[in-house]
Design a protein around this ligand. Structure first.
Ligand code: DX5
Ligand code: ZN
Length: 231
């Protein structure tokens, strides 16, 4: 496996921030060297939780120039792609397990001009996404069952992270392998060693300590992980 030479990207998940003071959370994360922001959209159907829709994406868009990675934990990603792209989403990540067929979701997102990401729940095998790989800019491996922040990382997804990296490399696809859920300094390092290049971090950035320091610790962890890449 090739060690990625590009900068590994840290994407704080605003779900763990104070919704009443997102502007401060965004500033603090930028100060700490965040590379993108991750926005968790939940519809109460695909996952047993409800968060926010395009209006929130639009509000965040006004406060930062960093890319917005919009995680659509919704049943109808194809139907809503345009709204989320117009609100300012740079990458729209749909779930393989949603009701809309994956090709429809992918095409609907691509048609908006946004980058296309596909996410897999922890128990969805890598094979489900393999046929789509040439069309993806981001492959998101969920390392918790989607729905809530603050859950523990599921180490059984690490082989899938590795498989995703190998498959993208083999196809010459420079896309990101993202991990989402339970990312701490320890699990970030492990995921980086398995080939992840994009790290969604919620509670490890916003729940305690100071945001810039937390991000600097995560940065050291992912860089250390990439240096001891698992083959
Ligand atoms: C879970 C979300 C995650 C979550 C990450 O359904 O997709 O993005 O907010 O939060 P932590 O890092 O606390 O697990
Ligand atoms: Zn997410």
């Amino acid at each position: 496996m090739s060690v990625p030479s590009r900068r590994l990207r840290l994407a704080p998940s605003l779900l763990s921030a104070d919704f009443a003071d997102l502007a401060s959370a965004i500033r603090a994360a930028e100060e700490g060297g965040a590379d993108a922001f991750h926005l968790d959209v939940m519809d109460g159907h695909f996952v047993p939780n409800i968060t926010f829709g395009p209006a929130m994406v639009r509000a965040v868009r006004k406060r930062t120039k960093l890319p917005l990675d919009v995680h659509l934990m919704i049943e109808r990603p194809a139907k809503y792609a345009k709204e989320f792209a117009e609100a300012g989403g740079d990458t729209l990540v749909f779930h393989l397990e949603a009701s809309d067929p994956p090709y429809e979701a992918m095409q609907a997102i691509r048609a908006t001009g946004a980058k296309v990401g596909a996410a897999l729940r922890p128990d969805t095998p890598f094979d489900r996404v393999a046929p789509l790989i040439d069309h993806l800019d981001e492959l998101m491996i969920m390392s918790v069952h989607p729905g809530f922040s603050g859950q523990a990382f599921l180490p059984q997804v690490l082989p899938k992270v590795h498989a995703a990296r190998e498959a993208l490399d083999a196809r010459g696809n420079g896309g990101e392998v993202a991990v989402d859920g339970g990312i701490t300094t320890a699990t970030a390092e492990e995921a980086a060693a398995h080939g992840a290049t994009f790290f969604v971090c919620g509670n490890s950035v916003f729940a305690s300590g100071t945001v810039p320091d937390n991000l600097k610790s995560l940065r050291r962890a992912v860089d250390a992980g990439a240096r001891r890449a698992v083959r």
